[in-house]
Design a protein around this ligand. Structure first.
Ligand code: CTP
Ligand code: CA
Length: 228
């Protein structure tokens, strides 16, 4: 209910949230990117600020106005997002990686615009791996800091959504993993959302289909239950 949603249970807490999606340049006008709008990260920031937190948003290519009472640090690429998160995370009580970070980037960025006018067919674009920001934040976190990851998963022959998500939670080493089932094109670009919050302690909390603010409220409630 409204009163519970506005309980100042995050007052005195500093939270750092990444949002949006990174863009990895190919030449001065082109990039490899993804469809993340930043809306779930924005909702997390808005709700955390309403519940009393000091909020910093590290925003990768998000075309939305800053939520009331938050500070936005704009970034473009995965490397920029990594640098900003490492710079901001030190004094935070909670770090949330809701950004969609490109797994790979072009190995080289052309200084001039790539042209199609040669007779040759296009060549493949060599890619290199981007750093895993969430895994690095986990290894560098100060004592007591809670780290939250996100995962958009689909089921496949190797396992269902929660099986993949449990493995990812263990691999990343974070405290909570917010899991979205994106089978069949769900979630991206939609105002509503649903999620399961998996805890490193073995818990699974289902957040029913609702607005992104409602999902954000559920995530913060799972977080505050674990803050010392
Ligand atoms: N993440 C990150 N740095 C990356 C890739 C992902 O910090 N280079 C973070 C995301 O912000 C998210 C979590 O890791 O919080 C899970 O992202 P996801 O893409 O699901 O995980 P990956 O390890 O990249 O695995 P996959 O092969 O399924 O893409
Ligand atoms: Ca990935």
């Amino acid at each position: 209910d409204g009163a519970a949603a506005l309980a100042p249970d995050l007052s005195g807490r500093r939270v750092v949230i990444s949002a949006g999606g990174t863009r990895e340049p190919l030449d001065p006008v082109r990039y490899l990117g993804n469809r993340s709008s930043g809306r779930q990260g924005w909702a997390l920031a808005r709700v955390a600020a309403a519940r009393g937190a000091d909020v910093t948003l590290v925003a990768a290519n998000v075309d939305l106005p800053a939520p009331f009472g938050t500070r936005v640090v704009p970034v473009g690429t995965a490397e920029e997002l990594r640098a900003a998160m490492l710079a901001e995370a030190g004094g935070a009580d909670v770090v949330v990686m809701s950004a969609a970070v490109a797994d790979f980037r072009p190995a080289e960025v052309a200084v001039a615009k790539l042209k199609k006018d040669s007779a040759a067919e296009p060549s493949a674009v060599p890619l290199v791996r981007n750093p895993d920001v969430l895994a690095e934040l986990v290894t560098k976190r100060p004592p007591g800091q809670l780290v939250v990851g996100f995962a958009a998963e689909t089921g496949d022959d190797a396992g269902d959504v929660l099986t993949h998500a449990r493995a990812k939670l263990a691999r990343k080493g974070c405290d909570l993993l917010v899991v979205n089932d994106v089978s069949g094109g769900r979630v991206f670009g939609r105002p509503d959302n649903a999620a399961v919050v998996l805890g490193a302690d073995g818990t699974a909390t289902e957040l029913p289909e609702g607005s992104k603010d409602a999902v954000a409220a559920g995530i913060w409630t799972a977080v505050t239950a674990r803050l010392s």
